[in-house]
Design a protein around this ligand. Structure first.
Ligand code: CP
Ligand code: NVA
Length: 308
């Protein structure tokens, strides 16, 4: 049976931990070219722009000996030019795997349902699991562990926030999400995270108070206030999120050795000030690099010779 990588919820805690270990091993191997995906072709269906996701997947696939084809919004107009199920059936006859970045999460779910090859979620409006994996690898490298680390996510209860809530719950990281009223993470994600946190004893808290979230935090995480597809709401959002900026005033109450994280792309002067994102606590480019390593681990898990 093929396996997809669409939702972190479908992976056990042990499987996620193993993927992170595999990613560390791949990182140590220093981007050596292998034959693991020799003769395999992966399609990258992107309905939104991308720097990190596209480039890290393309480079990762190349390093594993495979090929990829980028299919931008002009080529595959999912659900408009033809149905998502026709796209999935057709591409399954050519490709060995699909990475998809879509607006609606349901599109990726449907692609997976109708395709016979593995589908990887490269970001939807609901979630960004590859990013959350890279974030966990970055935290683990920095602190030597994940369990018990205290993390604060300040901003929009969006795709990045949702995936962080699930992965923190599963891997035992305490996470407090601080969001403006009306921009909370979805109830269904909060419920799933609470349920998954029972085993690991991770504390997953949601508040509207950014100061409460950041106090004593070892990790402070920010994302854009205006996600892709929300451009028309930009003016309104920038005003609403004003008090949720990560700046030196708020970081003063964090743990002295805190790290600052951001999935990028970032907006200096909006969700974070320049002195913080470009300062000594920032690990943003380690996060960006780790996208490559965790995605290679996922590709090997789903498509490699030793796939389970
Ligand atoms: N963090 C991230 O997914 O970046 P891109 O949108 O550039 O792929
Ligand atoms: N929340 C952002 C993440 C970008 C990587 C967006 O969806 O645009």
């Amino acid at each position: 049976m093929k396996r997809d990588f669409i939702s972190l919820k479908s992976y056990t805690n042990a499987e996620l931990a193993k993927l992170l270990d595999d990613a560390s091993r791949l990182k140590k191997a220093k981007n050596r070219i292998t034959n693991d995906l020799k003769g395999k072709t992966i399609g990258l269906i992107f309905q939104k722009p991308s720097n990190r996701t596209r480039v890290s997947f393309e480079v990762g696939i190349h390093q594993l000996g495979g090929n990829c084809i980028y299919l931008g919004p002009e080529e595959i107009n999912l659900g408009k030019r033809e149905t998502t199920s026709d796209v999935a059936h057709t591409l399954s006859r050519y490709l060995d795997g699909i990475v998809a970045r879509t607006f609606s999460h349901q599109d990726v779910v449907e692609l997976a349902k109708f395709s016979t090859v593995p589908v990887i979620n490269g970001l939807t409006d609901l979630s960004h699991p590859c990013q959350a994996m890279a974030d966990m690898l970055t935290i683990k490298e920095h602190f030597g562990k994940l369990k018990g680390i205290k993390m604060a996510y300040v901003g929009d209860g969006n795709n990045v926030c949702h995936s962080l809530m699930i992965i923190c719950a599963k891997l035992g990281v305490h996470l407090t999400v601080a969001h403006p009223k009306g921009f909370a993470p979805l109830d269904k994600v909060c419920d799933a995270a609470s349920e998954m946190a029972v085993d690991t004893k991770a504390k997953i808290t949601v508040t509207t108070d950014p100061k409460e979230a950041v106090k004593g935090a070892q990790v402070i995480y920010a994302d854009t206030w205006v996600s892709m597809g929300q451009e028309e709401e930009a003016k309104k959002r920038l005003k609403i999120f004003e008090n949720y900026q990560i700046n030196s005033k708020i970081t003063a109450s964090a743990d002295k050795k805190y790290i600052f994280m951001h999935c990028l792309p970032a907006h200096r002067g909006q969700e974070v000030t320049e002195d913080i994102i470009d300062g000594p606590h920032s690990v943003i480019f380690d996060q960006a690099e780790n996208r490559l390593h965790v995605q290679k681990a996922v590709l090997l898990r789903l498509l490699g010779k030793g796939k389970k």
